[in-house]
Design a protein around this ligand. Structure first.
Ligand code: 3PY
Length: 260
């Protein structure tokens, strides 16, 4: 995943992904063949349980695409489940302080005295090596460097602390959840694009990420919005979600027939 982000940077294009809210191996397999760099499995808001997370990680990684899991919250055991299933990256909602960010990082790192002396991840990943085409020893030795740790900045408090969060060693990416961010600032979630205060906060997050040498990502529900975010400087963007695609396309087609 780090490599795909670096490649995207080098070719001066975005790292592009899709977002899964529905469960199922075949859905993930189908979607992972569309040319993405990564596909996100949304265990926070999606209808995806632990079993389906495993299936979808297998479907996506065997397509040569990076599976990223958005965990329901920052609980270490949830991060461990996602990583042990073979996630190439984790996205953690509602990270609001540097202390919280550091605890997230430590939960994702194996203890290596020279680099991660506080790493707390347990060493028992049975399935993750397969998702990286590695043997267990190779995985154990490289996971700390390969797995992307992405925290979501999506509240007023998080924005106030964003420079400190960005500076935490091991945080690789700040990802804006614009709906939650708007809501936390007292606005309707879906109006985020037209609210100057939210846009100013997003610009601050972008600046903080880049000044700390970290990646910045932004949620987007269409290629047009994703392109706009990329032009603003966010290098990591999705361009929709499965449920949005299905519902929008079907409503449009059905509407045509209902109009007859
Ligand atoms: C948000 O917009 O709040 C997100 O987290 C994207 O799902």
């Amino acid at each position: 995943l780090h490599q795909s982000l670096e490649r995207a940077r080098a070719r001066k294009g975005p790292s592009v992904g899709q977002w899964l809210e529905f469960p199922g191996y075949t859905l993930a397999k189908t979607i992972a063949s569309l040319g993405e760099d990564w596909v996100l499995i949304d265990c926070e808001h999606g209808n995806i349980d632990d079993h389906d997370m495993y299936l979808q990680i297998g479907a996506i990684s065997s397509s040569g695409v990076s599976p990223i899991v958005r965990v329901p919250s920052d609980e270490p055991w949830m991060l461990k489940r996602a990583l042990d299933a073979g996630a190439h990256g984790v996205m953690v909602p509602m990270c609001e302080t540097a202390e919280q960010a550091n605890a997230i990082v430590q939960a994702c790192k194996y203890n290596t005295p020279s680099k991660w002396p506080e790493g707390k991840r347990g060493a028992g990943a049975m399935f993750a090596p397969g998702a990286f085409n590695q043997n267990p020893r190779q995985y154990l030795e490289s996971a700390n460097d390969n797995v992307l740790v992405c925290v979501q900045i999506e509240s007023r408090l998080a924005v106030e602390n964003v420079e400190a969060i960005a500076a935490v060693k091991g945080v690789d990416m700040l990802f804006i959840g614009p709906n939650d961010l708007a809501q936390s600032m007292g606005y309707p979630a879906f109006d985020h694009a037209s609210i100057p205060e939210v846009q100013e906060a997003a610009a601050r997050v972008l600046r903080a990420a880049h000044e700390a040498g970290k990646y910045a990502g932004h949620f987007a529900l269409s290629a047009d919005i994703a392109a706009q975010k990329y032009q603003q400087g966010f290098e990591f963007v999705n361009c929709g979600a499965d449920i949005v695609a299905v519902a929008t396309w079907m409503a449009t087609e059905m509407g045509k027939l209902r109009a007859l």
